[in-house]
Write a protein that binds this ligand. Structure first.
Ligand SMILES: C[S@@+](CC[C@H](N)C(=O)[O-])C[C@H]1O[C@@H](n2cnc3c(N)ncnc32)[C@H](O)[C@@H]1O
Length: 398
């Protein structure tokens, strides 16, 4: 199949970007390309505009909107490169299923040499352009099937210290074969090195995987408190059974199987602790927060305690002081409104438990009835059928 050389038309991509930003005319661009070609240029323009927030040089990267959906954000790619570097030094790495090469770029910036494998010709060609954009010479790109004998021989000859794999995830449909794919990748490539890293879907059944694979660390990774990746580390790269890492702070913690379980309670104590989603999912928090109780175990666990938590990296949680709580009747509550005014709040951030569809109407309703000038922000949670009014606690001043 003939590949449209979209990278030869950077000026047209820029004109489409200008059109998307300020509506400038692009009919002359549209006329010079077939519909399919124009759509690809437009998709690249859209992806570059979005990619500016995830990647340095994102505005120049060769990738379309669907590539961007699967691409590894630079903050995550750089963290993984750093983790390998800290563990093994400036080693050689293989990047299987490399797409348009965004994880490859992060590896190449930090490590000795990267051998990357991508089956799709267009993505392979885009990744070549991306390596040039970043001025990277320590990368070898292969356009091929990860499971072919030819690719396997090239990987073996390369003698990597680490093999990383980010296989295609299904967006919908039957996902039962994903576990099989992970086992297949490990089984084949651990012959080359046991220092493997495999990115897996966050909903994968880890219990079942652990029965089929040798010991691995399951690392839950969040960016800005939201879970973004689940990655398995094998061989010398394994530190714990389960771990959590929070970016951008790079706070990291792990456990080798925690049997402790925090007691559940129905009412808040003096403080609330809203945990990072990676820490929540990893369940490692059960061992870290001694003395606290579990109030809510949603996407981000909410713990509560009469004392401020000590000995846990504060990058993993946000602490709040509880000012008032009452049984839940409605999202907009007159008694809460009175308290908000009494405490001199001007803004109300609605937290876990509130309906996302009515978020702004409820918030605006509260804020329209607050006549305070001080720029004080309140935080309102709906947990265990209670409305809990809080304010932030700065752990440093505690
Ligand atoms: C999740 S994406 C990888 C994204 C990439 N890690 C990044 O950071 O941009 C998975 C990629 O695997 C490729 N792929 C799927 N099956 C493959 C195979 N058998 N061999 C090589 N690549 C394959 C897909 O074309 C897709 O680009």
């Amino acid at each position: 199949m003939k590949i449209f050389k979209a990278w030869n038309h950077p000026k047209d991509i820029n004109r489409i970007k200008a059109n998307l930003l300020n509506g400038s005319k692009i009919s002359s661009v549209e006329r010079r390309f077939s519909t399919q070609e124009f759509n690809e240029l437009k998709s690249i323009a859209k992806a570059q505009l979005k990619a500016r927030t995830f990647f340095s040089k994102g505005y120049k990267l060769m990738l379309n909107s669907s590539d961007l959906r699967f691409a590894t954000p630079e903050i995550i790619g750089d963290y993984r490169a750093e983790r390998i570097f800290n563990e093994l030094g400036r080693v050689k790495v293989v990047d299987l299923f490399s797409g348009v090469g965004l994880q490859t770029i992060s590896f190449a910036k930090k490590l000795k040499h990267v051998l990357s494998v991508e089956i799709d010709k267009r993505k392979f060609l885009y990744s070549e352009k991306n390596m040039r954009t970043f001025g990277l010479r320590n990368v070898t790109l292969i356009n091929g099937n990860v499971f072919s004998d030819e690719v396997f021989s090239r990987v073996k000859e390369f003698r990597p210290e680490v093999i990383f794999a980010d296989p295609q995830r299904k967006e919908f449909g039957d996902r039962s074969d994903e576990e099989e794919l992970i086992v297949r990748i490990y089984t084949k490539f651990s012959e080359v090195t046991e220092n493997m890293i495999i990115e897996v879907p966050p909903y994968i059944n880890l219990k079942s995987l652990r029965k089929k694979l040798p010991k691995f660390e399951a690392e839950f990774l969040s960016v800005d408190f939201n879970l973004r990746r689940l990655t398995l580390y094998f061989g010398d790269l394994r530190r714990f059974r389960t771990s959590a890492v929070s970016l951008p702070s790079m706070a990291y913690t792990g456990s080798d199987g925690c049997v402790n379980k925090l007691a559940e309670v129905d009412s808040p104590r003096k403080f609330l602790f809203e945990l990072d989603e990676a820490l929540t999912m990893s369940k490692v928090f059960n061992c870290l927060f001694k003395g606290a109780e579990l109030l809510d175990c949603g996407r981000k666990a909410i713990l509560t305690s009469d004392n401020f938590i000590e000995g846990v990296d504060s990058a993993f949680f946000q602490a709040y002081e509880v000012l008032f709580f009452k049984d839940f009747e409605d999202e907009f509550d007159e008694e809460i409104l009175k308290k908000l005014n009494a405490f001199n709040f001007k803004y109300v951030v609605l937290k876990q438990g509130f309906n996302s569809h009515t978020y702004w109407s409820v918030r605006k309703h509260y804020e329209s009835e607050l006549g305070n000038n001080a720029n004080k922000i309140a935080y309102l949670f709906k947990v265990k059928d209670k409305l809990v009014l809080c304010q932030l606690v700065n752990p440093i001043s505690n």
